[in-house]
Design a protein around this ligand. Structure first.
Ligand code: GLY
Length: 386
Protein backbone atom coordinates (compact mmCIF):
# COMPACT_ATOMS: atom_id res chain seq x y z
CA UNK A 1 0.00 0.00 0.00
CA UNK A 2 1.10 3.57 -0.67
CA UNK A 3 2.92 5.04 2.37
CA UNK A 4 0.59 8.00 2.91
CA UNK A 5 -2.53 5.88 2.53
CA UNK A 6 -1.14 3.42 5.04
CA UNK A 7 -0.76 6.20 7.61
CA UNK A 8 -4.45 7.17 7.45
CA UNK A 9 -6.88 5.74 9.98
CA UNK A 10 -9.74 3.67 8.54
CA UNK A 11 -12.22 6.55 8.77
CA UNK A 12 -9.90 8.97 6.89
CA UNK A 13 -9.09 6.34 4.28
CA UNK A 14 -12.79 5.83 3.59
CA UNK A 15 -13.28 9.61 3.42
CA UNK A 16 -10.36 10.01 0.97
CA UNK A 17 -11.66 7.21 -1.25
CA UNK A 18 -15.21 8.58 -1.26
CA UNK A 19 -13.98 12.10 -2.00
CA UNK A 20 -11.77 10.83 -4.84
CA UNK A 21 -14.77 8.97 -6.26
CA UNK A 22 -16.89 12.15 -6.17
CA UNK A 23 -14.15 14.12 -7.93
CA UNK A 24 -13.86 11.46 -10.63
CA UNK A 25 -17.62 11.39 -11.13
CA UNK A 26 -17.67 15.16 -11.55
CA UNK A 27 -14.71 15.31 -13.93
CA UNK A 28 -16.27 12.56 -16.04
CA UNK A 29 -18.92 14.98 -17.33
CA UNK A 30 -17.32 18.41 -16.71
CA UNK A 31 -14.30 17.44 -18.82
CA UNK A 32 -16.59 16.80 -21.79
CA UNK A 33 -18.74 19.88 -21.19
CA UNK A 34 -15.65 22.15 -21.04
CA UNK A 35 -13.55 20.28 -23.57
CA UNK A 36 -13.06 23.31 -25.83
CA UNK A 37 -12.17 25.62 -22.97
CA UNK A 38 -9.36 26.44 -20.60
CA UNK A 39 -11.31 27.53 -17.50
CA UNK A 40 -10.12 29.97 -14.86
CA UNK A 41 -13.33 30.56 -12.91
CA UNK A 42 -17.11 30.16 -13.35
CA UNK A 43 -19.94 32.65 -13.86
CA UNK A 44 -22.91 33.21 -11.53
CA UNK A 45 -24.60 30.13 -13.04
CA UNK A 46 -21.57 28.01 -12.24
CA UNK A 47 -20.51 27.71 -15.90
CA UNK A 48 -16.80 27.64 -16.67
CA UNK A 49 -15.32 30.69 -18.39
CA UNK A 50 -12.74 30.19 -21.15
CA UNK A 51 -9.28 31.76 -21.06
CA UNK A 52 -8.18 29.95 -24.22
CA UNK A 53 -9.93 32.59 -26.29
CA UNK A 54 -9.67 35.65 -24.07
CA UNK A 55 -6.17 35.31 -22.57
CA UNK A 56 -4.16 32.30 -23.80
CA UNK A 57 -0.99 33.37 -21.92
CA UNK A 58 -2.78 33.67 -18.55
CA UNK A 59 -0.62 32.03 -15.88
CA UNK A 60 -3.28 29.55 -14.72
CA UNK A 61 -3.81 28.00 -18.15
CA UNK A 62 -1.94 24.81 -17.22
CA UNK A 63 -4.23 23.74 -14.37
CA UNK A 64 -7.17 22.49 -16.42
CA UNK A 65 -4.78 20.34 -18.45
CA UNK A 66 -3.25 19.19 -15.16
CA UNK A 67 -6.65 18.08 -13.87
CA UNK A 68 -7.20 16.10 -17.06
CA UNK A 69 -3.80 14.41 -16.81
CA UNK A 70 -4.45 13.53 -13.16
CA UNK A 71 -7.71 11.95 -14.29
CA UNK A 72 -5.93 10.11 -17.10
CA UNK A 73 -3.38 8.76 -14.59
CA UNK A 74 -6.13 7.64 -12.20
CA UNK A 75 -8.55 6.13 -14.70
CA UNK A 76 -6.47 5.24 -17.78
CA UNK A 77 -9.30 6.70 -19.88
CA UNK A 78 -7.85 8.15 -23.10
CA UNK A 79 -10.68 10.68 -23.35
CA UNK A 80 -8.81 12.82 -20.78
CA UNK A 81 -5.60 12.76 -22.84
CA UNK A 82 -7.61 13.78 -25.90
CA UNK A 83 -9.17 16.78 -24.13
CA UNK A 84 -5.85 17.80 -22.55
CA UNK A 85 -4.35 18.08 -26.05
CA UNK A 86 -6.43 21.24 -26.60
CA UNK A 87 -4.60 23.03 -23.76
CA UNK A 88 -1.22 22.09 -25.21
CA UNK A 89 -2.17 23.44 -28.62
CA UNK A 90 -3.40 26.73 -27.18
CA UNK A 91 -0.18 27.08 -25.18
CA UNK A 92 1.83 26.61 -28.38
CA UNK A 93 0.37 29.88 -29.63
CA UNK A 94 1.80 31.58 -26.50
CA UNK A 95 5.27 30.34 -27.38
CA UNK A 96 4.90 31.95 -30.78
CA UNK A 97 3.59 35.18 -29.22
CA UNK A 98 6.37 35.15 -26.61
CA UNK A 99 5.51 38.57 -25.14
CA UNK A 100 2.79 37.34 -22.77
CA UNK A 101 5.11 34.83 -21.09
CA UNK A 102 7.00 35.34 -17.82
CA UNK A 103 8.24 33.12 -14.96
CA UNK A 104 4.94 31.23 -14.75
CA UNK A 105 5.91 28.97 -17.64
CA UNK A 106 6.38 26.27 -14.98
CA UNK A 107 2.74 26.55 -13.90
CA UNK A 108 1.75 26.42 -17.58
CA UNK A 109 3.87 23.63 -19.03
CA UNK A 110 4.54 21.23 -16.13
CA UNK A 111 0.89 20.16 -15.70
CA UNK A 112 0.31 20.02 -19.48
CA UNK A 113 3.15 19.14 -21.88
CA UNK A 114 5.53 17.67 -19.29
CA UNK A 115 2.75 15.62 -17.68
CA UNK A 116 1.82 14.38 -21.18
CA UNK A 117 5.44 13.36 -21.83
CA UNK A 118 5.76 11.66 -18.45
CA UNK A 119 2.52 9.72 -18.84
CA UNK A 120 2.45 8.93 -22.56
CA UNK A 121 6.01 9.51 -23.78
CA UNK A 122 4.76 12.13 -26.24
CA UNK A 123 7.94 13.63 -27.75
CA UNK A 124 6.11 16.91 -28.47
CA UNK A 125 5.49 17.25 -24.73
CA UNK A 126 9.22 16.92 -24.07
CA UNK A 127 10.05 19.53 -26.73
CA UNK A 128 7.48 21.96 -25.34
CA UNK A 129 8.70 21.43 -21.78
CA UNK A 130 12.35 22.00 -22.69
CA UNK A 131 11.42 25.12 -24.65
CA UNK A 132 9.58 26.47 -21.58
CA UNK A 133 12.51 25.55 -19.29
CA UNK A 134 14.89 27.52 -21.49
CA UNK A 135 12.60 30.55 -21.28
CA UNK A 136 12.54 30.26 -17.49
CA UNK A 137 16.32 29.82 -17.23
CA UNK A 138 16.72 32.89 -19.43
CA UNK A 139 15.05 35.02 -16.75
CA UNK A 140 17.85 34.37 -14.25
CA UNK A 141 19.73 37.41 -12.97
CA UNK A 142 23.28 36.09 -12.30
CA UNK A 143 24.34 38.99 -10.05
CA UNK A 144 21.26 38.93 -7.82
CA UNK A 145 20.91 35.12 -8.20
CA UNK A 146 17.15 35.28 -8.66
CA UNK A 147 14.66 34.51 -11.42
CA UNK A 148 12.85 37.62 -12.59
CA UNK A 149 9.10 37.26 -12.08
CA UNK A 150 7.14 39.54 -14.36
CA UNK A 151 7.72 41.70 -17.42
CA UNK A 152 7.90 45.45 -17.81
CA UNK A 153 4.78 47.23 -16.54
CA UNK A 154 3.14 44.05 -15.24
CA UNK A 155 2.44 45.23 -11.70
CA UNK A 156 2.37 49.02 -11.94
CA UNK A 157 2.31 51.24 -15.04
CA UNK A 158 5.84 52.34 -15.93
CA UNK A 159 7.47 49.92 -13.50
CA UNK A 160 10.34 47.90 -14.99
CA UNK A 161 10.00 44.93 -12.60
CA UNK A 162 13.49 43.96 -13.71
CA UNK A 163 14.61 43.22 -10.17
CA UNK A 164 11.39 41.67 -8.93
CA UNK A 165 11.21 38.12 -7.67
CA UNK A 166 8.15 36.54 -6.05
CA UNK A 167 7.62 33.60 -3.72
CA UNK A 168 5.32 31.87 -6.24
CA UNK A 169 8.32 31.10 -8.48
CA UNK A 170 9.27 28.21 -6.18
CA UNK A 171 6.52 26.28 -7.96
CA UNK A 172 7.95 27.14 -11.39
CA UNK A 173 11.50 25.93 -10.76
CA UNK A 174 10.58 22.23 -10.73
CA UNK A 175 10.46 22.73 -14.52
CA UNK A 176 14.20 23.40 -14.30
CA UNK A 177 14.84 20.33 -12.13
CA UNK A 178 12.95 18.27 -14.70
CA UNK A 179 14.93 19.79 -17.60
CA UNK A 180 18.26 18.88 -15.96
CA UNK A 181 17.09 15.33 -15.25
CA UNK A 182 15.92 15.04 -18.83
CA UNK A 183 18.95 16.52 -20.61
CA UNK A 184 21.70 15.69 -18.05
CA UNK A 185 22.68 19.36 -18.35
CA UNK A 186 23.14 20.69 -14.80
CA UNK A 187 22.63 24.37 -15.69
CA UNK A 188 18.86 24.27 -15.19
CA UNK A 189 19.17 22.71 -11.73
CA UNK A 190 21.99 25.11 -10.80
CA UNK A 191 19.80 28.10 -11.66
CA UNK A 192 16.87 26.64 -9.72
CA UNK A 193 19.01 26.07 -6.62
CA UNK A 194 20.63 29.51 -6.76
CA UNK A 195 17.13 31.01 -6.92
CA UNK A 196 15.85 28.82 -4.06
CA UNK A 197 18.87 29.81 -1.95
CA UNK A 198 18.12 33.49 -2.56
CA UNK A 199 14.51 32.96 -1.56
CA UNK A 200 15.60 31.21 1.66
CA UNK A 201 17.81 34.15 2.52
CA UNK A 202 15.61 37.09 1.55
CA UNK A 203 11.97 35.97 1.55
CA UNK A 204 11.53 33.64 4.52
CA UNK A 205 11.31 35.47 7.83
CA UNK A 206 12.63 34.03 11.11
CA UNK A 207 9.08 33.14 12.22
CA UNK A 208 8.52 30.99 9.10
CA UNK A 209 6.28 33.47 7.30
CA UNK A 210 7.17 34.73 3.83
CA UNK A 211 7.28 37.95 1.89
CA UNK A 212 5.43 37.92 -1.40
CA UNK A 213 7.65 40.24 -3.48
CA UNK A 214 11.29 41.20 -2.99
CA UNK A 215 12.78 43.79 -5.31
CA UNK A 216 16.51 43.52 -6.00
CA UNK A 217 18.66 46.10 -7.74
CA UNK A 218 18.91 44.41 -11.13
CA UNK A 219 22.47 45.75 -11.64
CA UNK A 220 24.02 45.08 -8.21
CA UNK A 221 21.73 42.38 -6.79
CA UNK A 222 21.24 44.28 -3.50
CA UNK A 223 17.80 44.06 -1.87
CA UNK A 224 15.99 47.31 -2.77
CA UNK A 225 12.46 46.87 -1.35
CA UNK A 226 9.84 44.42 -0.17
CA UNK A 227 6.15 44.58 -1.11
CA UNK A 228 2.99 43.05 0.32
CA UNK A 229 1.87 42.10 -3.19
CA UNK A 230 -1.35 40.10 -3.15
CA UNK A 231 -1.53 40.17 0.65
CA UNK A 232 -2.84 42.85 3.00
CA UNK A 233 0.29 45.01 3.23
CA UNK A 234 4.05 44.94 3.39
CA UNK A 235 5.07 42.78 6.35
CA UNK A 236 1.80 40.85 6.30
CA UNK A 237 1.43 37.20 5.41
CA UNK A 238 -0.44 36.44 2.17
CA UNK A 239 -1.56 32.86 2.74
CA UNK A 240 -1.23 31.56 -0.82
CA UNK A 241 2.33 32.87 -0.75
CA UNK A 242 2.92 30.87 2.46
CA UNK A 243 1.55 27.82 0.62
CA UNK A 244 3.80 28.34 -2.41
CA UNK A 245 6.75 28.57 0.01
CA UNK A 246 5.72 25.46 1.96
CA UNK A 247 5.12 23.27 -1.09
CA UNK A 248 7.90 24.89 -3.14
CA UNK A 249 10.67 24.18 -0.62
CA UNK A 250 9.38 20.64 -0.12
CA UNK A 251 9.68 20.15 -3.90
CA UNK A 252 13.17 21.65 -4.06
CA UNK A 253 14.19 19.15 -1.36
CA UNK A 254 12.61 16.25 -3.23
CA UNK A 255 14.46 17.19 -6.42
CA UNK A 256 17.86 18.01 -4.89
CA UNK A 257 18.13 16.35 -1.49
CA UNK A 258 19.44 19.62 0.01
CA UNK A 259 18.55 19.39 3.71
CA UNK A 260 18.11 23.16 4.19
CA UNK A 261 15.18 23.10 1.75
CA UNK A 262 13.36 20.51 3.84
CA UNK A 263 14.17 22.39 7.05
CA UNK A 264 12.78 25.58 5.47
CA UNK A 265 9.65 23.81 4.22
CA UNK A 266 9.09 22.52 7.76
CA UNK A 267 9.59 25.96 9.30
CA UNK A 268 7.05 27.48 6.90
CA UNK A 269 4.70 24.57 7.60
CA UNK A 270 4.94 25.05 11.37
CA UNK A 271 4.06 28.72 10.97
CA UNK A 272 1.15 27.80 8.68
CA UNK A 273 -0.18 25.07 10.99
CA UNK A 274 0.02 27.38 14.02
CA UNK A 275 -2.19 29.88 12.17
CA UNK A 276 -4.97 27.55 10.97
CA UNK A 277 -8.22 29.00 12.38
CA UNK A 278 -10.66 26.94 14.42
CA UNK A 279 -12.94 26.23 11.44
CA UNK A 280 -10.01 25.16 9.24
CA UNK A 281 -10.77 27.87 6.64
CA UNK A 282 -7.70 29.84 5.61
CA UNK A 283 -7.97 33.64 5.30
CA UNK A 284 -6.45 35.56 2.37
CA UNK A 285 -3.77 36.90 4.70
CA UNK A 286 -2.87 35.57 8.15
CA UNK A 287 -2.37 39.20 9.24
CA UNK A 288 -5.46 40.78 7.67
CA UNK A 289 -7.86 42.76 9.93
CA UNK A 290 -10.47 40.66 11.78
CA UNK A 291 -13.16 42.04 9.45
CA UNK A 292 -13.86 41.54 6.61
CA UNK A 293 -12.73 37.95 7.10
CA UNK A 294 -12.07 37.00 3.46
CA UNK A 295 -11.14 33.36 2.89
CA UNK A 296 -8.97 31.71 0.26
CA UNK A 297 -9.67 28.03 -0.32
CA UNK A 298 -6.77 27.78 -2.79
CA UNK A 299 -4.18 28.50 -0.08
CA UNK A 300 -5.53 25.57 1.93
CA UNK A 301 -5.49 23.15 -1.02
CA UNK A 302 -1.91 24.06 -2.02
CA UNK A 303 -0.66 23.86 1.57
CA UNK A 304 -2.30 20.44 1.96
CA UNK A 305 -0.36 19.12 -1.05
CA UNK A 306 2.88 20.45 0.43
CA UNK A 307 2.14 19.04 3.89
CA UNK A 308 1.54 15.59 2.42
CA UNK A 309 4.88 15.76 0.57
CA UNK A 310 6.67 16.82 3.78
CA UNK A 311 5.03 13.90 5.62
CA UNK A 312 6.61 11.55 3.05
CA UNK A 313 10.09 12.98 3.69
CA UNK A 314 10.28 13.10 7.49
CA UNK A 315 10.77 10.35 10.11
CA UNK A 316 7.90 8.25 11.46
CA UNK A 317 7.48 10.28 14.64
CA UNK A 318 6.97 13.49 12.65
CA UNK A 319 4.69 12.32 9.84
CA UNK A 320 1.45 12.67 11.78
CA UNK A 321 1.90 16.39 12.43
CA UNK A 322 1.96 17.21 8.70
CA UNK A 323 -0.56 14.63 7.57
CA UNK A 324 -3.12 15.56 10.23
CA UNK A 325 -2.81 19.25 9.31
CA UNK A 326 -3.36 18.37 5.63
CA UNK A 327 -6.46 16.34 6.56
CA UNK A 328 -7.83 19.19 8.63
CA UNK A 329 -7.49 21.62 5.73
CA UNK A 330 -8.92 19.23 3.16
CA UNK A 331 -11.86 18.15 5.30
CA UNK A 332 -12.72 21.81 5.94
CA UNK A 333 -12.67 22.41 2.16
CA UNK A 334 -14.80 19.34 1.57
CA UNK A 335 -17.40 20.48 4.10
CA UNK A 336 -17.40 24.22 3.44
CA UNK A 337 -16.37 24.80 -0.19
CA UNK A 338 -16.80 21.73 -2.40
CA UNK A 339 -19.56 21.28 -4.97
CA UNK A 340 -19.74 17.77 -6.37
CA UNK A 341 -23.14 18.01 -8.03
CA UNK A 342 -24.22 18.75 -11.60
CA UNK A 343 -25.39 22.27 -10.80
CA UNK A 344 -22.00 23.88 -11.48
CA UNK A 345 -18.78 23.19 -13.39
CA UNK A 346 -16.34 23.86 -10.57
CA UNK A 347 -15.31 21.72 -7.60
CA UNK A 348 -14.04 24.17 -4.99
CA UNK A 349 -15.57 27.56 -4.27
CA UNK A 350 -14.37 30.39 -2.00
CA UNK A 351 -11.00 31.16 -3.58
CA UNK A 352 -9.54 34.67 -3.59
CA UNK A 353 -6.99 36.07 -6.03
CA UNK A 354 -5.67 38.72 -3.66
CA UNK A 355 -6.68 40.72 -0.60
CA UNK A 356 -7.29 44.06 -2.30
CA UNK A 357 -9.23 42.90 -5.35
CA UNK A 358 -12.92 43.83 -5.51
CA UNK A 359 -14.29 40.29 -5.46
CA UNK A 360 -13.52 37.51 -3.01
CA UNK A 361 -14.50 33.89 -2.47
CA UNK A 362 -15.22 32.59 -5.94
CA UNK A 363 -14.15 29.41 -7.75
CA UNK A 364 -10.58 29.43 -9.08
CA UNK A 365 -9.22 26.62 -11.22
CA UNK A 366 -6.07 26.02 -9.17
CA UNK A 367 -8.24 25.47 -6.11
CA UNK A 368 -9.84 22.59 -8.01
CA UNK A 369 -6.47 21.37 -9.27
CA UNK A 370 -4.67 21.27 -5.90
CA UNK A 371 -7.68 19.84 -4.05
CA UNK A 372 -7.76 17.04 -6.60
CA UNK A 373 -4.01 16.49 -6.38
CA UNK A 374 -4.16 16.29 -2.58
CA UNK A 375 -7.14 13.91 -2.47
CA UNK A 376 -5.61 11.63 -5.10
CA UNK A 377 -2.39 11.52 -3.05
CA UNK A 378 -4.36 10.48 0.06
CA UNK A 379 -6.22 7.88 -1.98
CA UNK A 380 -2.90 6.32 -3.03
CA UNK A 381 -1.46 8.14 -6.06
CA UNK A 382 2.31 8.60 -6.23
CA UNK A 383 2.27 10.69 -9.40
CA UNK A 384 3.97 14.08 -8.94
CA UNK A 385 3.28 16.77 -11.57
CA UNK A 386 5.83 19.16 -10.03
N1 GLY B 1 0.98 33.02 -8.81
C1 GLY B 1 0.01 34.03 -8.65
C2 GLY B 1 -0.94 33.74 -7.56
O1 GLY B 1 -0.73 32.85 -6.76
O2 GLY B 1 -1.94 34.43 -7.51
Amino acid sequence: MNMIRELLCEQDRVWADETAAKIKAKLDWVSVKSKDKIPYTADENGTHDDKSRTDPSWWTNGFWGGMLWLMYRETGDSKYAGIAAYSEQVLDSCMEQYYGLHHDVGFMWLPTAVADYRLTGNADGRRRGLHAANLLAGRFNPVGKFIRAWNDGAWKEGCGNRGWAIIDCLMNIPLLYWASDETHDPRFRQIAMLHADTVMEHFIRPDGSSNHIVEFDAETGAVAARYGGQGYEEGSSWTRGQSWALYGFALSYIHTGKQEYLDTAKRVAHYFIANIPEDGMIPVDFRQPAQPDYKDSTAAAIAACGLIEIAKQVGDLEKGLYLNAALRLLQALDEQCCRYGEDCDYLVGRGSGSYHENTHEYPIIYGDYFFMEAIFKLAGSDFLIW
